[in-house]
Design a protein around this ligand. Structure first.
Ligand code: ZN
Length: 411
């Protein structure tokens, strides 16, 4: 997906603003001797930006518009080191709501819907993004925030919520509770907008069938507005993204060169009109690909595939590059298993070991099943893991993000 003339002009405008503000990227450009991009090649020679650059700018070093124009900040959760602070102007907040409302529209949601919002409100971008988009669309927001499952379900029934916004693990938890309590006939949900987490097809199917709803994956990251920069349409052929607000490239994370449309690589995003904290060629470390051709829905907005994980999820075990998605693909082929799994990697007696925990019901022979799975995984990744089969319900489920891979080698 080559950058267009119009997008180049927009990038130029952002470059000027960054230089004027003297932010980290303005300095990078100065060092690289760049002050203007005229051609596609010029654009491709622009330096990348990284999460670390953003951390180093803490607290307000990313601010590119004058302070009297900044109306809000958000912050990405810093699990390691300093958090990243992103300043927004009124136009940025407005643009984000416009994109988010478009996401709802692509999911067929209208101003007659009642949108039950369970992601958290506060410094991070989730809850407030879902809310602003909902209000822009003119639908009714039910701003629940996370937790308190009893109250969630009561409100869902009383308010007759038609759309559920949640992480995939929380949607699954709610689906299981609804099933357990036998209240499915009192639930009016028709659609789910699910974000902020990688999820397998199996989990998706379970949420879909248990709740009897259509599911939509929403994409986004705090550094680039927040959730709402892309979503799948009802044809479910990948996620459309909004190329009037962002330019998206896929690069090979090793060579840093763009890959042809259709090939997998890392998503790199340039914001085209952002004022508070514009980003040029920001490396997301999310893995996806551009889907070539046009969607059956007829929309001209380009598409990326479902996020397949992160470049830093790549694990080197026994000298082999392993990717959690590969394991998930294998587990998916076993109908005996639930959608939950956990991978633990440890280093014992000078050797790496990988243990995979999976769940099933008592009607299967755990040992025999474990062996079958271990063989299948070996044929996919080249070495044999230790597979532990446990009773259904024993693996952790959480309201926030479920951690599926635990690397104990560096703890
Ligand atoms: Zn479409």
């Amino acid at each position: 997906m080559q950058i267009s003339e119009k997008q180049l002009l927009q990038v130029n405008d952002r470059i000027k603003a960054l230089e004027k503000a003297g932010s980290f990227y303005g300095k990078k450009l100065k060092d690289a001797g760049v002050s203007e991009v005229k051609t596609v090649d010029d654009f491709l020679s622009l330096p990348f930006s990284e999460k670390n650059d953003l951390r180093e700018a803490y607290p307000l070093g990313l601010m590119t518009a004058p302070e009297d124009q900044i109306v809000r900040i958000h912050s990405s959760s810093g699990t390691t080191g300093l958090p990243v602070i992103i300043p927004y102007t009124a136009k940025d907040v407005e643009d984000w709501a416009t994109m988010f409302a478009r996401c709802y529209e692509f999911a067929g949601i209208t101003n007659k819907d009642r949108i039950h919002i369970t992601p958290g409100y506060g410094l991070w971008t989730a809850g407030i993004g879902f809310q602003a988009g909902c209000e822009k669309l003119g639908a009714m927001a039910i701003p629940m925030g996370p937790g308190n499952t009893d109250k969630q379900l009561q409100m869902m029934m009383d308010m007759k919520s038609t759309v559920l916004c949640a992480t995939s693990s929380y949607a699954l938890l709610l689906a299981e509770e609804i099933e357990k309590r036998g209240i499915k006939d009192k639930i009016c949900l028709k659609k789910g907008v699910i974000g902020s987490e990688r999820w397998g097809e199996k989990m998706r199917q379970r949420i879909k069938t248990e709740l009897g709803i259509e599911l939509y994956d929403i994409y986004g990251l705090t550094e680039i507005y927040g959730p709402g920069i892309g979503i799948n349409c009802k044809y479910d052929t990948g996620m459309h993204y909004w190329d009037d607000f962002i330019y998206l490239e896929i690069i090979d994370p090793e060579t840093l060169k763009p890959v042809p449309d259709g090939e997998w690589g890392e998503i790199v995003i340039t914001t085209l009109v952002k004022e508070g904290a514009p980003l040029i060629r920001y490396r997301t470390h999310d893995l996806s690909r551009i889907i070539p051709g046009e969607c059956p829905c007829g929309s001209k907005f380009p598409r990326i595939d479902v996020i397949q994980g992160r470049t830093d999820d790549m694990m080197k075990i026994k000298g082999v590059n392993v990717f959690p998605k590969q394991i998930e693909e294998v587990l998916k082929t076993f109908p005996e298993l639930s959608s939950e799994y956990q991978i633990r990697i440890s280093h014992l007696d000078g050797r790496d070991t990988m243990r995979i925990y999976v769940e099933t019901t008592g009607e299967y022979d755990f040992d025999a099943l474990g062996k079958k799975i271990a063989e299948s995984v070996k044929s996919k990744i080249g070495f044999t893991p230790i597979v532990k089969v446990v009773e259904l319900g024993l693996l952790p489920r959480s309201e926030k993000k479920t951690k599926r891979v635990i690397d104990e080698r560096y703890e």
